[in-house]
Design a protein around this ligand. Structure first.
Ligand code: HEM
Length: 381
């Protein structure tokens, strides 16, 4: 909020000591997300980081085998990859998951019965999206916990060793899984991605492995916070909770409002200026790193009245919670579907739900990228 009051974009030092421009106001954030001069090419980003830090100061390796994915490419490569992936990740495939999402949700809610107090993230909000994305891709059930551990290490990003080792473990496992699906395809998304072709064009092996990696990480670490942050927002606002209970159709609006008010992805992924870029009245020189602060833009009073207030009945349309432009979240419809089912069924099943601790005691995860609570203790009755 302080940076946003001062300027639309500011050069600050990241926790790792790297200078980065942070775009905090809505209009400039939206402009940045679709600006062709802001590149996501991984080589340019590496070069920009190397130019900013002392040699050896930046210890996070890039696991090269996992880098050829959508969030590291610009057109025309991005256009080609996205087109191929969308042939496998179809709206139909997402719609078809609804009964299974209902089933998993019902089972998780059954498991909570009989306990007066639960930790909602660990016992409900985490297992739902992990199970869904893992089943969708065909990851074996006994590896779900490993994935949770690895992706948490990657996203929290607190020390270089754990990030690098988690990246290597995920990469090795996905390569093995893809090799198995080539021999024995199933009715899963990996098998579909192996099959998809656009004329002669297909995903190469590194592209396939990187895409599965991106889907798994995105599918694990974001939806959990959409569900958690929505329940948190509702329980902290009894008036809003009463309104949503009175009109369950408002659950969908509460999810959209959470994407704006407590955006599960705080900062969009890294970009760099391939040429000088003007955002509003700020000119960013070439070869600078840029982060778009989605959470901040979504609370910009210039765009949303009473921006700090959680109000499902407002129209949160236009929020940047899923990004904007060519990199707009590929999994948005899946995330919305899971969160809507989860929150609706939770409120139905446990009408007396309340926060288990004073809100002041809740702590947010240390990640600068994702925005979610460490724990969310809930009383069911
Ligand atoms: C991209 C947010 C769930 C797959 C993005 C971006 C955001 C985002 C902000 C753009 C990043 C940027 O421009 O730097 C979210 C949120 C989610 C969510 C808030 C849940 C609440 C998912 C799920 C999947 C997914 C469940 C897949 C199963 C992707 C992919 C991209 C992406 C593949 C890259 C798209 C591209 O570059 O063309 N997401 N995401 N996301 N997301 Fe999501």
């Amino acid at each position: 909020a302080r940076l946003r009051a001062e300027a639309p974009a500011r050069r600050v030092l990241s926790r790792a000591g790297i200078p980065v421009w942070v775009v905090t106001r809505y209009a400039e954030a939206r402009q940045a997300l679709s600006h062709p001069g802001l590149s996501k090419g991984v080589d340019g980003i590496k070069k920009a980081i190397d130019a900013q830090v002392e040699p050896g100061a930046h210890r996070v390796e890039y696991v090269d085998d996992l880098q050829s994915h959508l969030l590291n490419t610009d057109p025309p490569d991005h256009t080609r990859l996205r087109k191929l992936v969308l042939k496998g990740f179809t709206p139909r495939r997402v719609d078809d998951l609804r009964p299974r999402i209902e089933e998993i949700t019902a089972r998780l809610l059954d498991d909570l019965a009989g306990t007066a107090e639960v930790e909602l993230l660990d016992q409900f909000a985490f297992p739902l999206p992990i199970t869904v994305i893992s089943e969708m891709l065909g990851v074996e059930e006994d590896r779900h916990d490993d994935f949770k551990k690895w992706t948490t290490a990657l996203i929290n990003g607190v020390d270089a060793d754990s990030v690098n080792s988690a990246g290597r473990s995920i990469g090795e496992y996905i390569a093995e899984l893809v090799a198995r699906k080539r021999v024995a395809p199933g009715d899963d998304l990996i098998s579909a991605l192996i099959e998809v072709a656009d004329g002669e064009d297909r995903l190469t092996e590194p592209e396939l492995i990187s895409m599965v990696f991106l889907l798994l990480v995105a599918g694990h670490e974001t939806t959990v916070n959409l569900i958690g942050n929505c329940v948190y927002d509702l329980l902290r606002n009894p008036q809003r909770l009463a309104e949503v209970r009175a009109d369950p159709a408002l659950v969908d609006d509460a999810i959209e409002e959470t994407l704006r008010h407590e955006s599960p992805v705080n900062l969009a992924t890294m970009r760099y200026t391939a040429e000088p870029v003007r955002l509003g009245d700020v000119e960013i020189p070439a070869d600078e790193l840029v982060l778009v602060a989605l959470g901040s833009a979504n609370r910009d009073e210039r765009r949303f009245e009473r921006a700090a207030e959680f109000d499902p009945a407002r129209s949160a349309t236009g929020h940047l919670g899923f990004g904007h432009g060519i990199h707009f979240c590929l999994g948005a419809s899946l995330a919305r579907l899971e969160a809507r089912v989860a929150v609706r069924r939770l409120l139905e099943r446990y009408p007396d739900l309340s926060l288990g601790v004073d809100p002041a005691e809740l702590r947010w995860r240390p990640s600068t990228l994702v925005h979610g609570l460490e724990e969310l203790p809930i009383r069911l009755r």
